[in-house]
Structures are given as C-alpha cells and as structure tokens.
Design a protein around this ligand. Structure first.
Ligand SMILES: [Zn+2]
Length: 495
C-alpha cells in the first residue's frame, strides 16, 4: 500500500508530506531524560509519542535509527535551582557519586519505559560519553566566528549569528523579544550580550563533574550534546528531531543555531513537538513541583490519586489525545481511559473465540475498510485518538459476532484479526495486562470455559438440569456471564 504520511513540522508550522533523505531509511533524534529524578507523567508523553512514531515508521517498512540521549551532565537551566548542575547537587545531598545517581535514575527510567511498552531506541548516547565531540563542536563554532571565550567559558554570539542567519526561526521569536525575556543570571559580566548562551562553562571549585578543555576545566553547555550526538550518529543532515514543546525555546532554537554556525546549514528537516501534560491547567514538571511520578501512578501512592493506574492505562490515556494537544490529568479522565482500554482488550480476547461461518455477512472487505480508516488517521500526523475511535467501532462489531447477532466468513475473520493485531499491539503498542499478559495462557483459560459450556450443553441435552445449573451458577459466581442463544451458549467475563 502506498502511504502519504503527513507530519506537522514546527519549523514551517504546517503539515508536510514526509520524504526521508535516504529512501527507505529514517534518522530520528529525540531529547531524552535528564537523570536526576524519577520519571513523571510529563516524561511519559514524549516517550510514548515518539514510540508511536518509531513503531509506525517501522511498520511502514522504513529502517529507522532512533537516537534518544541521556542527559547526565551540565543541564543548566534557569529555574528553582538557579543554574546549579542538578546532578551534582543531588549527588552532594545524597553523598553519592554523580555517575551513581545518573545510573540509578537511568535504570529506573528504562524500567518505567519497559512497563509502558515503549521500545528502546536504537542508540541511547550519554552526554558524559561525548565530551570530545562537544568540544569539537564548540571549536568549530569558534573557528567560524560565532563564539568567543571569556574567563575560561565559551559563549555563543547570538547577535553576530543573527546578522548572518536568523535566530528565532523555530520559535518565531525575534531577538528583541528574546532579549527582553532573558533574565538569566548565569554568566553575567562574561557575556557580550544578555542573549548569548554557554557552549562551555568553566567549573567552579565546588563543581564535581568537570573535564579538561583548551579553555578551562569545565563542562559543556546543555544545548551542545544534542547537536554533537545527533550529528555523530545520524549525520550532518537527518530527518526528524523531536521533543516536548517546552524544548522549542531555548533548547531547539539553540541547537539549530549551533548546527548552522558549525556546518553552514541546518541539520534537521522535520521538527516534531508533543504538547504538555497539565495538572489543573498548569504544566506538570519538576520545576513546578506539581508532578506525579510514574511509579506513584502504578502504585496509587500519591494523595491526588484515587487509585493505582496501570502502565497500559497511562499509555492508553496518552494515546487518546493527538500528540499536539494538551492533556489535562484528572482521576475521572484516567478512570475513563481504563474502561476504554479494558473494553478494547475484552474485544481482542473475544476475537480469538469467534467462530466464523461460510457465507457470513462480513468478509475481508470489512477488515480492509477498518485498516484503511486507521491508516488514514495515522497518516494524518499520527492521529491516534481517531485510530482508537475506529477500533472502538470494531469492538462493537466483535461483541455482535460474539453474541452471534452478526456473522463473518473465515477469511474475513482472519483478515480482521490481523488488522487489529497490527494496530492495537504493533502500532499503538498496547498489550493485555491480564494474568501475566500472556495471550496463549489466556486462550487456554478461554478454552477451559468453552469446555465447561460444552459439558453443560451435554447435560442439558440429557435433561440433567442439576449439572447444567450448577455449571452456570458457579461460573456466574466467578464473574462469567453465560448467555444462551439459538446457536449455543456464549460467555464473557465481567471484571
Ligand atoms: Zn536535546
């Protein structure tokens, strides 16, 4: 099937037809976590959004190299920590080695991602493992005249750059706006202009994480790592760069400036940004201290949570919104997502028990229609909520097939099963959370119930009402609803 995949490019502010640089291959870089604390719901969103992109591109047959970095050093930003290196600060507080802290939270992040069924990226480079590449980037920018050394630190000359190129191309800001908005205290007296940003910082005596450089013992500025590692693993020009919308400025704006200043041309063709998770209308984030960690969701151990929410409920909740719209957290919304997810999984479980009929009303054409609608939604900037609404329609049909008010041919059933498996499991990345999440095991249980119902049918035929009632009542007590139809008994488990 020929696909015209359209994706929204933040750079051009419109949906564009996706054309990879090298036919059949896609290079994608996504800004990963800063590992100084547990992942919260706000981290789950980019991870799941770009997992959906990764899965869909792979499904379309592309060979995708997906790079997602680990920021384990020098994440300086102007927030409550006043520019202090967050990892070093945490290390001092807990009397641990900085790398011990980084490793601990990296492990926990990866475990949470596995629980959310987020596929690991192809390469997960660490900023601390790429200091040499970052220093080379700084040197290139200096050689081209867009950076200067000051007191052992190196700054990007935003004003000089803006004379030759445009700083603000991604965020749509112009230099005056940026200048007025910039209240950064860091580097005051060293920088030529308030808007200049650090490429290399000289380490203060108390700073633990430091590396030698031609300028000073210090550490790279935060924006350097993504430019240096993106270029190292994906080349001077690659297809997609993604991240949360909060990274558009300054992080991604600075990345573009660094790329152009070092190699003379931009590095990225499509910039993709997911919107934020809000809580009572405010962005959920560590800096706002209003976040709920993923572990707290999974265990229900946060005062704002009325109950635990499973990883698949969280994943489904996030996929129920198009990635460019905001998602507001509430217990009601999560409970609705749980119901929706269970409904879909019940339909998937029922699917394996449907008996097709030769000459059934539904044929392969029905499965093709479902697939076409789902592809259409995915090709329109990864519109997962529309895909889910088509799957819900399909779940209703499956219920009709299960209670035998609708029929399907054997080929139709096979095609429908394949289509649903593709979209539900492979592309949306959902999985059953029932007992071990093991489909074979579930099927074995289902067959055991079918067997009991066969025995009940035999008992009924032999007018052994005591046995027939006993099977029905005891199954009911376990939560199985048995329905007698003209074609025989059907059942479902009411959880
Ligand atoms: Zn980044």
């Amino acid at each position: 099937m020929q696909h015209n995949l359209f994706l929204y490019n933040t750079l051009t502010r419109r949906k564009e037809l996706f054309k990879p640089i090298n036919p059949g291959h896609v290079g994608m870089y996504v800004c990963g976590p800063t590992v100084y604390g547990d992942a919260h719901l706000g981290h789950a969103r980019p991870a799941i959004t770009f997992d959906l992109v990764f899965r869909y591109l792979r499904h379309l047959g592309y060979k995708v190299r997906y790079v997602r970095n680990i920021t384990d050093v020098g994440h300086l930003e102007h927030d409550a920590d006043e520019g202090e290196d967050k990892i070093a600060k945490k290390a001092r507080l807990e009397q641990l080695e900085p790398m011990e802290v980084a490793q601990y939270y990296t492990n926990r992040f990866n475990k949470a991602m596995e629980q959310l069924n987020v596929l690991p990226p192809s390469i997960e480079p660490h900023a601390t493992g790429h200091i040499i590449e970052q220093e080379a980037l700084v040197r290139q920018i200096m050689d081209n005249g867009y950076a200067y050394e000051s007191n052992g630190s190196v700054y990007f000359d935003v004003v000089k750059y803006n004379e030759d190129h445009r700083y603000g191309i991604l965020s749509g800001r112009n230099l005056e706006d940026v200048h007025d908005a910039s209240r950064e205290l860091d580097g005051v007296g060293e920088k030529r202009h308030q808007v200049d940003f650090a490429l290399w910082k000289k380490a203060q005596p108390e700073h633990i994480m430091r590396w030698p450089s031609p300028w000073s013992e210090g550490f790279p500025g935060w924006h350097c790592e993504c430019t240096a590692m993106g270029r190292k693993y994906l080349g001077q020009k690659f297809d997609i760069h993604g991240g949360g919308m909060d990274l558009v400025f300054p992080h991604h704006e600075c990345e573009i400036a660094q790329a152009v200043a070092s190699q003379g041309e931009p590095m990225v063709n499509y910039w993709m940004h997911n919107n934020m998770i809000t809580i009572a209308g405010k962005k959920m984030g560590k800096s706002y201290n209003n976040f709920i960690t993923l572990d707290q969701f999974f265990t229900g151990s946060h005062p704002l949570l009325e109950q635990p929410y499973s990883p698949m409920t969280i994943r489904f909740f996030i996929l129920q919104a198009q990635y460019r719209s905001t998602v507001d957290f509430s217990n009601e919304a999560l409970q609705a997502s749980k119901k929706g997810f269970d409904r879909l999984m019940d339909a998937m479980a029922q699917l394996s028990r449907i008996e097709p009929t030769t000459g059934g009303a539904l044929t392969e054409a029905y499965a093709e229609e479902v697939a076409a609608k789902c592809y259409e939604a995915m090709d329109d900037d990864f519109n997962s909520p529309i895909v889910i609404s088509h799957l819900f329609d399909c779940a209703r049909t499956i219920n009709q097939l299960a209670d035998k008010s609708q029929t399907i041919t054997p080929q139709g059933l096979e095609a429908l099963t394949q289509t649903l498996h593709t979209f539900v499991f492979d592309i949306l990345g959902l999985k059953s959370e029932a007992e071990g999440g093991n489909a074979e095991r579930e099927q074995a249980y289902a067959k055991a119930i079918d067997l009991l119902l066969d025995l009940r049918a035999q008992a009924k035929a032999a007018k052994d009402w005591a046995t027939s009632d006993k099977i029905r009542n005891e199954l009911a007590a376990l939560g199985f609803e048995v329905k007698d139809t003209k074609e025989g008994a059907t059942w479902k488990l009411n959880k």
